[in-house]
Write a protein that binds this ligand. Structure first.
Ligand code: ACO
Ligand code: ZN
Length: 226
């Protein structure tokens, strides 16, 4: 019985031919000409976008054994702004964001994680904000709640209605799919907290995420230790 099921599953996969490209990370079906075409279109453009040749002036804000983080500011040279925008566009399309403009481009700081293969494998956009709605902690004991409280508590994102003071808003955070779970997002965020405001180390509470995706929420929950 077990074997029969296994056979069916294998046959299905073979026919579908789903594969993940080991350089660009795209998931596609080798057997579909249309998928192949889309992959070819995407592959080179993606690799060109995340390729980092190095700049005469780089604002290196953190260095690690496997890479470094550089900061791009709104008044930086055109080539730096363009790279930051191109990478942000990749992140946006993966996040399903339609609008390409930022809410306050003049205050946006872009942090790029460059790995030892000279690729931009992580991107974080931070902006000045004044307040944020905190994601509420889940109750330890939901049995103690009545139905209304429970529903209220489990609304999408469980946000409080009273705004908290915040200083730094993370409007985008993205890590290249093949490079996830290597603490790249964690290191980007740690670096933001020490460099976003000159001479200040922001607390986790002073740093807020805007509208996180499910993956973003898993990460943020772990990062904030809630
Ligand atoms: N599932 C469960 N837990 C997770 C996940 C996940 N997918 N991602 C991160 N975590 C938790 C884990 O506890 C992890 O620690 P561990 O690996 O030791 O278990 C911890 O967070 C730290 O993770 P990092 O390695 O620092 O995170 P990573 O570099 O993989 O980047 C990110 C996380 C940015 C969410 C990445 O998955 C990504 O780019 N996803 C697609 C884009 C996206 O959804 N971005 C967030 C949008 S929200 C916003 O931009 C405001
Ligand atoms: Zn590819």
């Amino acid at each position: 019985k077990q074997t029969d099921n296994q056979l069916v599953i294998d046959a299905g996969q073979k026919q579908f031919g789903a594969t993940t490209c080991s350089s660009c990370g795209m998931l596609y079906s080798i057997d579909s000409p249309e998928d192949n075409f889309q992959h070819t279109q995407f592959h080179q453009r993606f690799l060109d976008t995340i390729k980092f040749v190095g700049w005469k002036k780089e604002r290196v804000v953190a260095e690690f054994w496997d890479g470094k983080i550089i900061l791009v500011l709104p008044d930086d040279p055109k080539y730096a702004i363009k790279k930051a925008e191109d990478v942000r566009r990749i992140a946006d399309s993966e996040l399903g964001f339609q609008q390409v403009t930022l809410s306050s481009p003049s205050s946006a700081k872009t942090y790029l994680f460059i790995n030892s293969d000279r690729m931009v494998v992580g991107c974080l956009v931070a902006e000045n904000i004044r307040r944020a709605f905190r994601v509420l902690e889940q109750s330890e004991n939901p049995k103690d709640m009545n139905k209304e409280d429970f529903m209220e508590h489990h609304r999408a994102w469980c946000c409080s209605t009273v705004p908290d003071k915040a200083i730094c808003g993370v409007s985008r955070i993205w890590v290249f799919s093949l490079m996830r779970r290597k603490s790249i997002a964690t290191r980007l965020l740690d670096t933001v907290r020490t460099t976003f405001m000159y001479g200040c180390h922001l607390t986790k509470e002073e740093t807020a995420f805007s509208d996180p995706t499910p993956e973003g929420k898993l990460f943020a929950t772990k990062y904030c230790g809630t």
